[in-house]
Each structure stands twice: as structure tokens, then as C-alpha cells.
Design a protein around this ligand. Structure first.
Ligand code: AMP
Ligand code: MG
Length: 298
């Protein structure tokens, strides 16, 4: 720390917070029974509820912003590291809300966001990871994937968009890709876990408010009929691609306030684990520069 004022990298976790939320939310090893994980749960949150979680947003945000700035500074100083937050979940699970409320706490200068839609004609001509590699965060940057390469073993599997032999080989391809990426990029994968009932409520609220029409897609109601297939596909993703290099976290997401609190907390933990520090090795002498500045008359 250069000036002793900024201390986010070594700041203790805020009170009301479990020692490591990541340990509580980490997907278990082996097959995952998603129906046994409470979508309305609030693991690790020791406050009273929504109001408490919201009041923590400001101090957590201050810490996050500082950690992110350290990462950015490291990148500017020639460091190679970055962080990639992968957000997956059913429609309305809150991927967009997370981007707004969690990534909104840090400087947009240090964030690269990308939403993965249905592949374009050009993208379909390439390997499924082609479009993903092009969106990876450069050094110093927090990358956010709103959907990701996992769609290639989720929607693609559920709707039989490619033969079974093809998608079923992708788990290993993804693991290898992520293991290689992890050399420079800290990968944090969050599955936003909502219930089918909560999804219905959220879709209905979009229908009830014209200001939310833009978020509504009639296809989402069709997709709901494949709920069980998606849960199975997610369960396999969580089982087969939950590696040490690129772990999955299961975030109960029926409560938006918990989701935002948990992901901001998790992101802070992950950044702290990178042991970031302000880059102070410079090729100029601060004393000399101070003297030059003092003697300078514009
Ligand atoms: P949204 O997240 O609401 O903007 O919707 C994006 C849509 O793109 C979702 O319906 C995804 O299932 C779909 N999508 C994303 N990636 C793929 C993919 N690799 N293949 C087919 N559909 C995809
Ligand atoms: Mg959608």
C-alpha cells in the first residue's frame, strides 16, 4: 500500500458475513440434486433480511471498487491477471439484475460485459468456443459473461441442436479450456438457482407492467415447459465442470437481495484471494518528480 489510505486488499470481511461464503455456496462434488437445494435459502447471511442486505451494499461496494481498481492498476503495470464471472441461470434468474446491482458497484472502466445470445450465422461456422475466446477479459479487467459457453451443453442439449455425441463431448473440452484460461484468469461461475414458481411470478410481473414489456419474451413461456430438462442439464454441468481451476457456486436466487449480497460478497472474496496490491514499482523517482513539480511554473 503506497499511502496507507487504501486497504481493500487486506481489509477484513464485513461483520454479519460468514468467514468464507464461497465455501457455503460451492457446488458439491458429484451429482447435484438441484431440487434439494432451497432456491429461497440465504446461506451465510446473518442479518435480518432485505433491509440489512441492502444497507451492506454500500460498504461492500466500497471494498469491491477498491479491489477492482487494484486489479486494473496491476493490469496497467504489466500484470497478466484478470477475473471472469460467469452467470448462468434460467430465464428471469437475475443475470441482468446481478450485472446492474453488483457490477454496478465498480468502475465501468474495469469491466468487460458480454451477453451470449443465439449464435449468429458467422459464429455457427466456428467452434463453439470461438466466440467465447473473443470476449475473454484482458489483463486487469473483470469479465462478465451473461450466459456463456455453457449454453452449448444446456439449450443445445435440451433442444437437440446438435447430435448427442457432439454436446456430450463438450464437458471435457470446456474443462480443458477453463484449465488453460485459469493460468491468468480467476474463473468464478455462478448458477443463479430459482424455482419454477418464482419464475412464473417474475414473468407475470413483466406482463403486468408495460415498462417491463421489453424484458418479456413469449419464448420464455415455451422454455418453461422444458424446466425439468434444463434442471437435468444444469445438474450435469455442475457435476462435470466443477473443477478447482474453475469452480461452480450455486446461488439461491429467489430473493434478489440475497443474490446481490451473495454475489458481491463472493466477488470480494475472490478478488481478495488474488492478494492484489498497488503496483509501486515505477521507473521514475517520486522525490525527483516532486521537486520538478514544485519548481514548475506553467
Ligand atoms: P437472453 O439471455 O434473454 O438475451 O436470451 C438469449 C438466448 O440465446 C437464450 O434463449 C439462450 O438460450 C440463447 N442462446 C445462448 N447461447 C446459445 C447457443 N450457444 N445456442 C443456442 N441458443 C443460445
Ligand atoms: Mg431471455
Amino acid at each position: 500500500m503506497a499511502d496507507g489510505k487504501k486497504s481493500g486488499g487486506s481489509a477484513p470481511p464485513l461483520s454479519g458475513v460468514a468467514p468464507r461464503l464461497g465455501d457455503l455456496l460451492r457446488a458439491p462434488t458429484g451429482p447435484v440434486d438441484l431440487s434439494a437445494i432451497d432456491t429461497a435459502g440465504t446461506p451465510g447471511f446473518t442479518g435480518a433480511g432485505k433491509a440489512d442486505a441492502k444497507s451492506l451494499a454500500k460498504p461492500i461496494g466500497r471494498q469491491l471498487a477498491e479491489l477492482q481498481e487494484m486489479l486494473y492498476a496491476e493490469g496497467r503495470a504489466g500484470g497478466r491477471r484478470s477475473l471472469l464471472l460467469v452467470l448462468q441461470g434460467m430465464d428471469t434468474a437475475g443475470k441482468g439484475g446481478t450485472v446492474k446491482h453488483v457490477l454496478g458497484l465498480v468502475s465501468p472502466m474495469g469491466v468487460h460485459y458480454h451477453g451470449f445470445c443465439k449464435p449468429t450465422v458467422e459464429e455457427r461456422e466456428h467452434h463453439f468456443l470461438w466466440r467465447v475466446r473473443r470476449q475473454l477479459p484482458p489483463p486487469g479487467i473483470i469479465g462478465v459473461f451473461d450466459r456463456s459457453h455453457y449454453e452449448d451443453v444446456l439449450v443445445v442439449r435440451v433442444h437437440h441442436l446438435v447430435p448427442d455425441e457432439e454436446w456430450s463431448g463438450r464437458y471435457d473440452v470446456i474443462n480443458r479450456f477453463e484449465a488453460e484460461l485459469a493460468g491468468s484468469t480467476r474463473i468464478v461461475k455462478c448458477f443463479l438457482h430459482i424455482s419454477a414458481d418464482e419464475q412464473r411470478n417474475r414473468l407475470r410481473s413483466r406482463l403486468d407492467d408495460p415498462a417491463k414489456y421489453w424484458k418479456y419474451n413469449p419464448d420464455d413461456v415455451t422454455e418453461r415447459t422444458f424446466w425439468a430438462d434444463y434442471q437435468r442439464a444444469y445438474s450435469d454441468v455442475l457435476d462435470r465442470c466443477n473443477t478447482e481451476a474453475a469452480p461452480w457456486f450455486i446461488v439461491p436466487a429467489d430473493h434478489k437481495w440475497y443474490r446481490d449480497w451473495a454475489i458481491s460478497q463472493l466477488l470480494g472474496e475472490q478478488l481478495r484471494a488474488m492478494a492484489l496490491s498497488w503496483p509501486t514499482a515505477v521507473d521514475w523517482d517520486p522525490d525527483q518528480e516532486r521537486a520538478r513539480l514544485d519548481g514548475d511554473q506553467p
